[in-house]
Write a protein that binds this ligand. Structure first.
Ligand SMILES: [Zn+2]
Length: 458
């Protein structure tokens, strides 16, 4: 199946059958379908792209994941039957040789990404616990009370803000996906259905609604106009107020081979080194950083108007660590694609071996990262068709198909009922929780395959 250029749009459209390579070409293999797609999609030269932070010319991509469908756009079987095409876009990661910010080279219009967003955070127990603990700590540290005002950007279904509502702290959620914002409002969480940026921040400020605290969990790296986002934080915060942002840490991507955290919604892969000039450009500074285990290794970063809050030693500490690794140099990023290619060969080899023994394989977690992995590895209908189904707890996803690879999504009870010999764990970031929930499947002989940073069977 070939992708075709779609007028002036930066993307390409894939028809029925998936957007990826059937022949499982190796990374960079010349003559592969991936390579031909790249040619089709190359009218906007990657070499001419500019860094979305500093405006300098981006270097060559450090990883090319081919043409991929939108990772959170899960088609229904009837969508495929009607022949409606799946939107697909090139997925490549590049690094800016001036400010060392890792970013994808093609940004998809937000309206394509958030039209019908199926991710409801409240479905993960680990995430709810993480949110409750974080809210409690923040209320204590910032002494938040009835006279404070807290804003959360990309507040999803209100899973975090409900902790502040329950504690009587005035708050406001900003959520661009209308169906998700609706759920929050129904739950009694004040929510604006809008995109965050400087314009909205100025409007709130002009209404006298400047914030003591602005929170952003897994949204900062998703906002393509990162200068507008940071300027918006500055405009929304009261003097002395603090923005607390959580996002996957770029060093984990490179060092732990978390290539599947790359998808079109996720524009940036931040290191502290790359963030300092971005905040400085808008009169702000990073005042604290903390590394966290969630989502395969994240950073929680605090930022404020420059000179208004104490800068913690953690900032210089992490910066030193990054300098020691060479984060601000090309060498750090060089062998990334080759290491990811080897990881792919290792998993495909294991799956072929299992198939050769006549044993069955399923997958767990119809997540965005699962979509990137399945499409890049060519695992699904029309490719290496060895996975029978994908189990997922989210009822909104059940009955749909995985993007591009078109594997049926079913409830997690399918593992116990259909007893696949092996289950590929696509949501490896929740491994502990899922292995616990699936104790009965494992006790009955089912094995999980964790795909990275090294392929292992548990
Ligand atoms: Zn740059």
């Amino acid at each position: 199946m070939f992708c075709q250029r779609e007028g002036k749009n930066c993307g390409v459209m894939a028809g029925q059958g998936g957007a990826w390579n059937r022949a499982l070409p190796r990374v960079g293999e010349s003559g592969s379908l991936v390579h031909r797609m790249e040619v089709l999609a190359s009218s906007e030269s990657v070499g001419k792209r500019l860094c979305r932070s500093c405006g300098g010319a981006l270097g060559r991509p450090i990883l090319d994941l081919g043409i991929q469908p939108l990772a959170n756009n899960l088609p229904r079987p009837e969508d495929l039957a009607s022949g409606r095409p799946e939107p697909c876009f090139p997925l490549r990661l590049a690094v800016c040789p001036a400010c060392w910010l890792m970013q994808i080279t093609e940004v998809v219009p937000p309206v394509e990404l958030f039209g019908n967003y199926l991710y409801f955070s409240s479905f993960s127990d680990a995430m709810l616990r993480h949110a409750r603990a974080a809210a409690g700590r923040l209320m204590a540290n910032e002494r938040l009370g009835a006279g404070s005002f807290l804003v959360e950007v990309a507040s999803n279904d209100g899973y975090l803000l409900r902790n502040f509502v329950e504690a009587g702290v005035p708050c406001l959620g900003i959520e661009p996906a209308s169906n998700v914002a609706e759920v929050a409002v129904k739950r009694g969480i004040p929510t604006l259905n809008e995109f965050f940026g400087l314009a909205l921040a100025r409007r709130l400020a002009s209404e006298g609604r400047r914030a003591d605290v602005v929170l952003g969990n897994n949204v900062f790296a998703h906002a393509p106009d990162t200068n507008d986002f940071v300027a918006g934080l500055g405009a929304l915060l009261k003097p002395g107020g603090v923005a607390v942002l959580e996002f996957p840490y770029g060093c984990e991507l490179v060092e732990q081979l978390e290539f599947d955290t790359i998808y079109h919604e996720h524009v940036f892969y931040f290191t502290l080194s790359a963030l300092l000039p971005l905040f400085a450009r808008h009169g702000m500074e990073v005042t604290d950083v903390e590394r966290m285990a969630i989502h395969g290794g994240s950073l929680r970063l605090s930022a404020a108007h420059a000179g208004t809050r104490a800068v913690m030693p953690s900032v210089a500490g992490l910066l030193d660590e990054e300098r020691g690794k060479g984060v601000c140099g090309a060498g750090y990023y060089e062998a990334f694609a080759e290491r990811v290619g080897k990881l792919r060969e290792a998993l495909l080899g294991l799956l072929r071996e299992i198939q050769g023994r006549g044993q069955s394989i399923a997958a767990y977690g119809a997540s965005a990262k699962g979509s990137t992995l399945l499409n890049f590895y060519g695992l699904g209908r029309g490719g290496m068709d060895c996975i029978e189904f994908v189990a997922d707890r989210s009822t909104a996803k059940q009955g749909r198909l995985t993007p591009g690879t078109h594997l049926p999504i079913v409830g997690p009870e399918a593992l116990r009922e259909r007893k696949p010999d092996y289950t590929l764990l696509l949501t490896w970031n929740f491994a502990e929780e899922i292995l616990g929930q699936q104790a009965a499947y494992r006790a009955a002989g089912g094995r999980f395959i964790v795909p990275l940073p090294v392929v292992r069977v548990v």
